[in-house]
Design a protein around this ligand. Structure first.
Ligand SMILES: [Mg+2]
Length: 148
């Protein structure tokens, strides 16, 4: 079953990198949505035109950063159930703990290998079964011969 993922990051290069990394894993993600900060992401999500199955967000962004974005999202009953994965270099235990308490589902430290992202997505998208997420191991979720 294909899934629609939203990538929130102020760096277009990082958004492209995350998108490409997900494609490399071979997971059936479709229709990537992108936003350059939390405010843009919320506006898009609240427009309700397209459903989003999972959000990957940066922390440090202008206008509305990842932490405030997460806070607002979890306060909105229409959006609170969407799993949010924080993708950042800011990985002190204190920071990660605060984000998880705010409702983040998981945390991926930059830089990350495709397998790490595949592992997190497979855990959070339960309708992806063994067909989408092959057996665990060093090549989890990664198609043979795929490369960045
Ligand atoms: Mg940033």
């Amino acid at each position: 079953m294909t899934k629609r993922l939203m990538i929130v990051d102020d760096s277009p290069v990082m958004r492209a990198f995350v998108r490409r990394t997900i494609l490399v894993t071979g997971l059936p993600a479709s229709g990537f949505l992108e936003a350059s900060n939390g405010a843009e992401a919320l506006a898009h999500l609240r427009s309700g035109t397209t459903g989003v199955d999972l959000i990957l967000t940066d922390i440090n962004m202008p206008v509305l950063d990842g932490e405030d974005f997460l806070r607002e999202l979890k306060r909105d009953p229409a959006l609170a159930a969407i799993p949010v994965v924080v993708v950042s270099t800011d990985s002190t235990e204190q920071r990660v703990g605060a984000l998880l308490r705010l409702g983040a589902s998981d945390y991926v430290r930059k830089p990350f290998p495709p397998e790490r992202l595949a592992e997190v997505l497979c855990q959070l998208l339960p309708d992806w079964g063994p067909e989408e997420c092959p057996e665990t191991g060093p090549e989890t979720g990664q198609k043979k011969g795929a490369s960045l």
